[in-house]
Design a protein around this ligand. Structure first.
Ligand SMILES: Cc1cc2nc3c(=O)[nH]c(=O)nc-3n(C[C@H](O)[C@H](O)[C@H](O)COP(=O)(O)OP(=O)(O)OC[C@H]3O[C@@H](n4cnc5c(N)ncnc54)[C@H](O)[C@@H]3O)c2cc1C
Length: 393
């Protein structure tokens, strides 16, 4: 669809106003590094090996990629970043990014940590949402078994009940404190029970407004249909539907598993099809705004622009509370800060947690920003443009 831009995303002065010259030069260094596929592959392998061998690289990682993409190791350490973003009307979504935990003690500990993100949100209006991943609260093997419809042992059934109760304790707190909560989407082979839990929670807590948000990965060929079904279900049971819309982060893993096991890859056949599905999804949400609240979790300029155009067409105020824009800390500041300046509701995911535990997250960011065709990434172009404007390069 041809859209008339209503907002400029290339104003780098606005985009990087929260970074001083030193921080911007560091961003230039990091993106130059990850942009080169060979250097990026060597650096990420070295980081993995060094951490596994307990070599003293934590300080180096902390000073570079960690500082760029994360708020800190704890909520308290992340408060500086919350305030920094808030000065430019950009909210923070504290993302406890510890991945790969697999025992009950860790799941309970993660639940407690997630509950404390709500306490931070309650005392700080610059934290408009909280977020969690169900795999932080229970074993992914168990979720996979449920999707595969394998029969569960008594212990497994009890373990799933504990997942449900952890999810419920988080959503209940969200409801009591009226801080909306996002449930992240994960691999397709564990997603069904996550969806079912999300809808169970929406039915319980979304009676007056969208408190619980589920995530829709529009790179999945079935997702536009799932979105429509979720809407009809919400209408039937009379609750509000919270939608976080993303394209999806696990495309390679999805293709690899489908080929290995021998089933059809659930991902759209090309990028254009994912883009079309994402943009149609946005239009569907705005068409049904009387029941849907939507967060556009994307770094795609067209999709963000398109959502502003849809809002305008529907006569919605820029700061209508049913629509939020979200990007990850350290990425697409040009989108976040220019939208916030124009009065839209914007928040950044701000990951936090011990350096070693957020490594899988950091490695995903590195591979996402690696250039395939040898050209500079959009991030790098914008960072260099701003460094030049500041005469700092
Ligand atoms: C706030 C926020 C929250 C997020 N939460 C989640 C989450 O809960 N779960 C999750 O999975 N991801 C999540 N993501 C990541 C997201 O799914 C994307 O991986 C990432 O944002 C890149 O997509 P994009 O919309 O920014 O834009 P673009 O960079 O324009 O699109 C890249 C995306 O397009 C799709 N794509 C690329 N090539 C092809 C192809 N050949 N065929 C089909 N599709 C293709 C892939 O999804 C790829 O990631 C989140 C992102 C943000 C900003």
């Amino acid at each position: 669809m041809e859209i008339v831009p209503s907002i400029q995303f290339d104003d780098t002065q606005v985009a990087f106003s929260y970074k001083n010259d030193r921080e911007l030069k560091k961003a230039n260094f990091i993106f130059s590094l990850v942009n080169n596929p060979t250097v990026s592959a060597i650096a990420t392998s070295l980081a993995k090996i060094s951490l596994a061998l307990h070599l003293p690289v934590k300080g180096l990682i902390r000073m570079t990629v960690f500082e760029h993409f994360c708020g800190g190791e704890t909520i308290e350490e992340s408060e500086k970043m919350i305030e920094k973003l808030a000065r430019f009307k950009v909210g923070t979504i504290l993302d406890y990014s510890v991945e790969g935990e697999d025992d009950e003690v860790s799941f309970d500990k993660t639940t407690q940590e997630l509950l404390s993100t709500f306490d931070e949100a309650k005392k700080n209006s610059s934290v408009p949402f909280c977020v969690f991943k169900v795999t932080g609260l229970g074993a992914s093997d168990l979720l996979e078994k449920i999707v595969a419809k394998s029969s569960l042992s008594g212990d497994e059934a009890a373990a799933f009940e504990r997942i449900r109760s952890r999810v419920d304790s988080i959503c209940k707190k969200a409801y009591e404190l009226q801080i909306p909560v996002l449930i992240d989407a994960e691999d397709s082979w564990i997603q069904n029970p996550i969806d079912e839990l999300a809808y169970e929670m929406m039915q319980k807590y979304n009676g007056q407004k969208a408190v619980v948000f589920n995530t829709f990965q529009m790179y999945r060929a079935d997702m536009l249909g799932n979105l429509r079904n979720a809407f009809h279900e919400a209408a039937m049971y009379n609750y509000f539907l919270g939608v976080k819309m993303v394209r999806g982060a696990y495309m390679e893993k999805e293709a690899e598993r489908a080929a290995r096991i021998g089933y059809a890859n659930p991902i759209h056949p090309n990028k254009q099809a994912s883009d079309d599905s994402f943009n149609k999804g946005l239009a569907f949400c705005i068409d049904n705004k009387q029941r849907i609240s939507v967060m556009c979790g994307s770094h795609n300029e067209y999709s963000n622009q398109y959502l502003t155009v849809l809002m305008n067409k529907h006569g919605m105020a820029n700061n209508d509370n049913r629509v939020w824009f979200a990007q990850l800390l350290g990425m697409s500041d040009n989108i976040s800060f220019n939208l916030a300046k124009a009065g839209y509701n914007v928040a950044k995911y701000v990951p936090y947690g011990p350096v070693e535990s957020v490594m899988p997250y950091l490695l995903r960011r590195a591979s996402e920003n690696t250039s395939v065709a040898g050209q500079s990434s959009r991030e790098l172009i914008l960072i260099r443009k701003e460094l030049k404007r500041r005469k700092a390069i």
